[in-house]
Write a protein that binds this ligand. Structure first.
Ligand SMILES: [Cu+2]
Length: 252
């Protein structure tokens, strides 16, 4: 019976690795990346996935081997206790610490590109202000004068439009609780925090319709807090803005 359990434990890494190999080709992997910086995020994601995957498989195989080798039914010798190994303790403390330190340094440039090198600090105007609210995304575009907070601002909900191949600067806010502005295809995920205006920047490289969802459990209606991102040519984008403005100004 003991050997049955050891085989059961061995099935965990086999199924685990099998699912990871099978999933991406069946639409369960990362969605298609349509952003300028996404390859950096995907590279780190895959790198960490492989690293943790190797540790997972090694741990499971060792677990299996001990279960198999020391099956009580075939191994009648009594257990011997030891006080552990100082050398082993040092090795399995230093190895993970060094690995974590390596990842921390290795990812610094990607982190800086996505979270620190804010183009707004160099004077880039805000493309759109996005405010998370239970349970929708409120959008405010600056209008023709390029400034937010003026009479020609354009208001919209859940339907975010941006031009393709241009740097976009979003001012992210929350009107109530924590939300999370998540554009999976653009590898953008940023918490919206009440009382803060957080800059988010990215560049979309392909036109199309993509998801805009909330990735922070923010209340009973969290599931329906989904919007849509439309990436379009500069011409279509300008026309959309003009149409929105005209509709907003119409008196009837
Ligand atoms: Cu939310």
């Amino acid at each position: 019976m003991g050997r049955f359990w050891s085989l059961l434990f061995l099935s965990v890494p086999i199924f685990g690795v099998g699912v990871f190999v099978w999933a991406p080709s069946h639409g369960y992997g990362l969605p298609k990346d349509v952003s300028a910086h996404g390859h950096q995020i995907d590279h780190l994601w895959n790198f960490i996935l492989i690293l943790t995957g190797l540790v997972f498989v090694a741990t499971e195989v060792v677990l299996f081997w001990f279960l198999w080798r020391y099956d009580a039914a075939r191994h009648a010798d009594p257990v011997k206790y030891t006080h552990g190994s100082h050398n082993l303790e040092v090795i399995w403390t230093i190895l993970p610490a060094a690995t974590l330190l390596f990842i921390a340094i290795y990812q610094m440039n990607a982190w800086a590109d996505v979270k620190i090198r804010n183009p707004g600090a160099e004077g880039m105007p805000i493309t759109v202000e996005v405010t998370g609210r239970q349970f929708e995304w409120r959008l405010r575009y600056p209008g023709k004068d390029g400034k937010l907070g003026t009479p020609d601002d354009i208001y919209h909900v859940n339907d975010l439009h941006i031009p393709v191949n241009e740097e976009i600067l979003v001012a992210l806010k929350s009107a109530d609780v924590l939300h999370d502005f998540f554009l999976p295809e653009l590898r953008i995920k940023q918490d919206a925090v009440p009382g803060m205006q957080i800059p988010v920047w990215f560049k979309a490289t392909e036109t199309g319709w993509y998801d805009l969802v909330c990735a922070e459990l923010c209340g009973w209606g969290h599931y329906k807090m989904k919007g849509r991102l439309t990436v379009e040519s500069r011409k279509d984008y300008d026309k959309w803005l003009d149409d929105m403005y005209a509709a907003q100004e119409a008196t009837k």
